[in-house]
Design a protein around this ligand. Structure first.
Ligand code: SF4
Length: 176
């Protein structure tokens, strides 16, 4: 009986060790510091978040890939773009992460100081400065205004998107 108990305990310990190692490997691949604790992930490796985060105050919603607790106990969002390669974070990705920062703040009641943006080969730490926050709110306000407007001029910020756009034939504002 005693031997059976010991075997069960050893198997349980081995299973716990294996799960921990698998989790750490996944965490490393995602660019999350190994000393950070994953609170939730949207990738299926950890428990899925059932609903997107939502802020009534800012009328904002979204689902970061991960939310982790770092070594200081701060809760931070992590966004992973596995196929993106760049030396600098894209502005649109930075703003997306900032929006997740606001959502995390709304959900957990504490403003995260930064978020992590993982590209294929790099992990960028994006500081959630007051200036970045203000820029996001300005963009949100522009979007709200555009939604209320009857006509909105197309953005040509990314010419390559225009070149391959599915509406190209019908669009009078396409780039030549
Ligand atoms: S073709 Fe028109 S809708 Fe498409 S990206 Fe260009 S401007 Fe925008």
């Amino acid at each position: 009986m005693e031997i059976l108990l010991i075997i069960i305990i050893v198997i349980a310990l081995l299973a716990a060790f294996f799960l921990r190692q698998t989790g750490r490997a996944e965490q490393g691949r995602a660019g999350i510091p190994l000393d950070a604790r994953v609170v939730y992930s949207d990738t299926g490796a950890w428990a899925r978040l059932e609903k997107p985060l939502f802020s009534r105050r800012y009328q904002l919603t979204g689902k970061p890939d991960y939310i982790v607790e770092d070594e200081t106990g701060a809760t931070i969002p992590v966004e992973v773009k596995p196929s993106r390669t760049a030396r600098q974070p894209r502005h649109s990705d930075t703003m997306q992460l900032m929006a997740y920062g606001i959502l995390v703040e709304e959900k957990f009641g504490r403003r995260p100081a930064y978020g992590l943006l993982k590209y294929r080969d790099e992990v960028f730490r994006i500081e959630f400065t007051d200036a970045l926050r203000a820029e996001l709110f300005a963009i949100l306000e522009d979007m709200r205004r555009a939604r209320r407007a009857k006509n909105v001029a197309r953005s040509h910020a990314e010419a390559v998107k225009c070149r391959y756009c599915g509406y190209r034939e019908a669009c009078e504002e396409r780039l030549e």
